[in-house]
Design a protein around this ligand. Structure first.
Ligand code: CA
Length: 589
């Protein structure tokens, strides 16, 4: 008792005497990947490698990893928890389903404050009420909401400092990605590709929320920049009107940027993936439909597209190419890797976009036989494009095709990791297909704009998910771990020679990065669909992950959803460290 009191007095004294904590700067964000005492960015560095340089937890001792505490998101609101937590100044900032954000004491798991966005009736998130994380800048923690707003809160108090509307949720806009900080600006995309929204990337002053530029991701649409007084100035059309889009369809052309982006300070470019062209029925929009299903490299200073590479020209399967572009070094060059929803892994030159390599990372791909490295274009299987309904008997339903991957993707939102130690990418992949067909459709504001129907199908009896270690040079799968349910969480690689990922069955697992041997697992009580992180505080290495089953699979998964309908919902953050004798002593007193 006496000891406890004196501890409290001591802690208070330290707090009073503590110097003002440094605010998060651009320099700190640019060195986040090399600074393991904090996690300031989604991706553990803006490049998105998700590699921790910590090695205290390693292949030899990971079997001794034990939970330190668990924090419940509480309430009746559960469903998918896809968030990556951030850690700074002894606080964890983690977003949760239904546009909530929690600040938690990193040592004790005690709640410091909570922010709940008051969501209106009629929000239209396509794929569950998820959020994938926040961004830190200055004294702020910034995140996007399902009613398409951006909210900046004071890290210490949770008070709203600024709030800006991205767009109208009643037109189908929402926001679920983690914002990206580049040079004092907060870069965001938009969600809503299934509602005929206009895809774009926006940059705002991170301190004030004031718009700096807007870059549309659909050919034909005008970009804008804004001066200090908020005056809107034309900043060039994206592409050339009607080059790859017929008529007026580009005005509701989709190409949403729902996953957010990455940034490489060495190239000075921000990389955003873009989703499907709208509607899904490709026969309504002959042409490549730029810049849908592409990687876009954007100069954050000018807000202009420096290069683009289209992974799926004239998409007809909802192969959103939003997947993260993760830059890395190989053969003396700065390259970028992307595991696309369409089943191919692409390696592009990070400065020019030139295609360097492309190969399948899933075992069954039906829509193309490969990617031509000289032209950069897919070799289509024409028969595998769902048929034109106007050419069917009744004009209502085109030819049904079985296509793989399914539109839920060879990889979806769950981010991969790259280890500079092994030179391998660790890709959370899924093997599944779909019956898909086209139907007539017209654009109506705020209504689903697909012109397609589908049923997701399993391919193998024993597994859907596969965590794959992939060599970007040879295109070989070095090892794989098969999982019964589809993998939907992200991956973390560490200097300790470990790869962490979670499963819908509830396990956080650790693998040997070189061999794929499973070295440790822990049951978190609900499915894991978010990416793990690691950081060091007071000399101890911690691992954390959110747990809470949900996301697109239970909503859209057809036969797969039925297969995994026994999985329980949840909503919690788990923190782990190596078992230490002091812990045993403390609990026995
Ligand atoms: Ca889509």
């Amino acid at each position: 008792m006496t000891r406890r009191s004196s501890f409290v007095v001591f802690a208070t004294a330290v707090l009073v005497a503590a110097p003002v904590v440094a605010q998060v700067t651009d320099a700190m964000i640019e060195s986040d990947a090399r600074t393991p005492t904090s996690v300031l960015t989604s991706g553990l560095g803006t490049q998105g490698q998700r590699f921790s340089p910590l090695a205290k937890v390693n292949t030899k001792n990971v079997g001794n990893l034990v939970p330190v505490w668990s924090f419940s998101f509480g309430g009746e609101k559960q469903r998918g928890q896809e968030s990556q937590p951030l850690v700074y100044n002894g606080r964890i900032f983690v977003t949760a389903s239904y546009s909530r954000l929690f600040a938690i004491d990193a040592k004790t798991g005690a709640k410091l404050w909570q922010y709940d966005q008051r969501l209106p009736e009629g929000i239209m998130p396509c794929c569950d009420v998820v959020n994938r994380g926040a961004a830190l800048y200055d004294n702020l923690v910034i995140f996007g909401t399902l009613d398409a707003q951006l909210v900046a809160l004071d890290q210490a108090t949770g008070k709203v400092v600024w709030k800006e509307k991205i767009d109208d949720y009643q037109a189908g806009y929402s926001y679920s990605g983690a914002p990206l900080i580049v040079k004092g600006m907060v870069l965001t995309g938009v969600s809503g590709g299934e509602f005929g929204i206009s895809g774009r990337v926006e940059a705002r002053d991170a301190r004030t929320g004031r718009l700096v530029w807007v870059r549309p991701t659909v050919e034909g649409q005008m970009g804008y920049k804004y001066d200090d007084n908020g005056n809107k100035i034309e900043n060039g059309i994206s592409g050339e009107t009607n080059q790859t889009w017929p008529g007026d369809l580009w005005k509701t052309g989709g190409a949403s940027t729902w996953l957010g982006g990455t940034y490489d300070p060495s190239t000075g470019l921000a990389y955003f993936g873009t989703g499907n062209p709208a509607p899904w029925n490709s026969h309504l929009r002959p042409g490549d439909n730029l810049f849908s299903c592409s990687t876009l490299a954007i100069d954050p200073t000018s807000g202009k597209i420096v290069w683009h590479y289209q992974n799926t020209p004239h998409d007809g399967w909802d192969f959103d190419g939003v997947n993260e572009f993760v830059t890395f070094d190989m053969d003396g060059k700065r390259l970028g890797g992307k595991a696309d929803r369409n089943g191919f892994f692409y390696v592009n030159d990070a400065k020019t976009g030139k295609l360097v390599n492309a190969f399948p990372f899933v075992k069954k791909i039906t829509w193309a036989t490969g990617i031509d490295l000289s032209t950069g274009r897919p070799k289509y299987v024409d028969d595998n494009r769902p048929g034109d309904p106007t050419k069917s008997g009744d004009g209502k339903k085109g030819n049904v095709v079985f296509a793989a991957p399914s539109f839920l993707g060879g990889k979806n939102q769950m981010p991969m990791a790259y280890s500079p130690d092994t030179g391998l990418f660790y890709v959370p992949a899924n093997e599944w297909g779909m019956d898909i067909w086209n139907e007539p459709v017209g654009y109506k504001r705020g209504a689903a704009y697909l012109g397609a129907g589908f049923t997701i199908k399993t391919i193998n009896d024993d597994y859907i998910g596969a965590l794959r270690a992939i060599d970007p040079k040879s295109g070989k799968i070095v090892w794989e771990y098969k999982n019964n349910a589809p993998l939907w969480g992200g991956v973390l690689a560490t200097r300790g020679g470990l790869v962490f990922t979670g499963t819908p069955e509830g396990y956080l697992k650790a693998f040997d990065a070189k061999t794929g041997a499973e070295l440790w697992h822990f049951q978190t009580g609900s499915g894991i669909v978010g990416p793990p992180i690691s950081w060091e505080q007071d000399g101890t290495q911690y691992i954390a992950v959110v747990s809470g089953w949900g996301g697109a699979v239970p909503l859209w998964g057809g036969d797969v959803a039925k297969k995994v309908n026994f999985l329980e919902q949840g909503g919690s953050l788990w923190v782990f460290k190596l078992f230490a004798p002091q812990m045993a002593d403390a609990s026995s007193h």
